[in-house]
Unconditional design. Structure first.
Length: 398
């Protein structure tokens, strides 16, 4: 294969592009994770992650992909045979449900259409029926990465409170953490699951649980077997900045750098606004091409990725292949029942207006080369929108 000049465009919705600064921070000699230099690093990343989750409670960091943190959330809080209410938002919600089955839980899956988020009303009515309170947890994926649909977690919380149901609320934020507004404490979430390789701009290999006092209390009676994932030994060692087993030390250097960028230099509110802007610009491009966005409800649009439906008779994976071969850009594939039907544009992580324009230009040229019927107006629509976001208020009003 001849060399391709320039940077590869990695526009899948995770893993995302890792900033050079973060790569350089990782490029350090391996340290003694039990030595005196480690504790300040351990404490700094644990404190920083609390600010990202918006919690004053515990955050646990695992050397694992997000799937590990899913398992940790369930294994720490539940007992064999426990009923859990899960919501079918798409592929990732389905995988979490399958995991619950394998762990010996009894997941009840509220079915969904893969185009809308978890319906708080449906959750409320199911919980109201559960007068014996057999349901021990409600599990929802915040940003369903297979569809680009966001579930309204604050409303799910309200629905649970309205039903006066004591179940734990567990939320997967693997593709929304540090990209979309999220508030663990304020929204009354008991376990939030996160991962490193999406909004946090790190390579894969770290994952997280934010744990409420109620979840921690539940873990004392929970009977599912756990050892590697056990919160208690983690939290006990973390108190002094250490870990019970070897943490992914070099990734933690990277995490410290990413946290400085997100929390101190750009600020989370600006990070969220940037992702919203790029989501809106992408949807405008898709519509101007004459293509349909998979997400149905404007209140559930994702700022971290957009899934775009292909016209009937055109295969999304062929389009992705054309784009990869001609423009060295990777786009997300359609997962399970969406295979071939959608392509997903990731616009999360270390990403700016011009990276988005390069991405959309690659899509527009690819659609043309693949012979997909469309209007060559998407790039222009996105540029017009982005430019309008930067216009001074006076000029925008004029
Ligand atoms: C990526 C992702 C996962 C899986 O995480 P891994 O790091 O691949 O284990 C789970 N849930 C959501 C919403 C995701 O985006």
């Amino acid at each position: 294969m001849p060399r391709t000049a320039g940077r590869h465009f990695l526009q899948i919705p995770g893993p995302t592009n890792v900033p050079d600064r973060v790569l350089r921070a990782i490029d350090m000699p391996t340290m003694d994770h039990r030595g005196p230099d480690f504790a300040p690093l351990g404490k700094a990343v644990l404190e920083g992650m609390k600010r990202v989750f918006k919690t004053s409670s515990h955050v646990v960091i695992y050397p694992a992909s997000g799937t590990g943190a899913w398992e940790a959330a369930l294994a720490n809080t539940l007992s064999p045979g426990d009923a859990v209410l899960m919501y079918e938002t798409g592929h990732f919600a389905t995988l979490w449900q399958k995991m619950a089955l394998k762990l010996g839980l009894r997941p009840e899956f509220i079915s969904g259409d893969w185009r809308t988020g978890a319906d708080p009303q449906a959750i409320e009515s199911r919980l109201r029926e559960d007068s014996a309170k057999t349901i021990k947890a409600v599990c929802v994926v915040h940003n369903e990465t297979s569809t680009g649909v966001v579930s309204r977690i604050a409303e799910v919380r309200k629905a649970m409170d309205a039903a006066k149901h004591p179940a734990l609320l567990m939320v997967d934020t693997i593709s929304s953490l540090a990209s979309l507004d999220y508030r663990h404490d304020e929204w009354g979430v008991d376990v939030t699951v996160g991962g490193s390789q999406k909004g946090l701009m790190l390579p894969p290999g770290l994952s997280f649980n934010a744990v409420s006092a109620k979840a921690l209390a539940a873990s004392k009676d929970a009977k599912l077997p756990r050892s590697f994932w056990d919160w208690h030994e983690m939290i006990a060692s973390n108190k002094d900045g250490y870990f019970p087993y070897t943490p992914a030390t070099n990734l933690l250097y990277g995490l410290r750098e990413a946290l400085a960028m997100l929390l101190d230099e750009e600020g989370l509110d600006n990070v969220f606004a940037r992702h919203q802007r790029h989501g809106e610009a992408t949807r405008r491009a898709a519509r101007a091409w004459g293509l349909e966005v998979l997400a149905k409800n404007p209140a559930e649009y994702s700022g971290s990725l957009t899934a775009v439906l292909m016209p009937a008779g055109h295969d999304a994976d062929r389009l992705r292949k054309v784009i990869l071969e001609n423009f060295d850009m990777s786009l997300g594939t359609g997962l399970s029942k969406l295979a071939g039907k959608v392509f997903r544009i990731g616009h999360l992580g270390d990403f700016n207006d011009l990276t988005l324009m390069g991405t959309l230009a690659g899509c527009e040229m690819g659609l043309q080369l693949a012979g997909v019927p469309m209007k060559k107006e998407g790039v222009q629509a996105a540029m017009d929108y982005l430019a309008s976001c930067h216009a001074s208020p006076a000029r925008a009003a004029a």
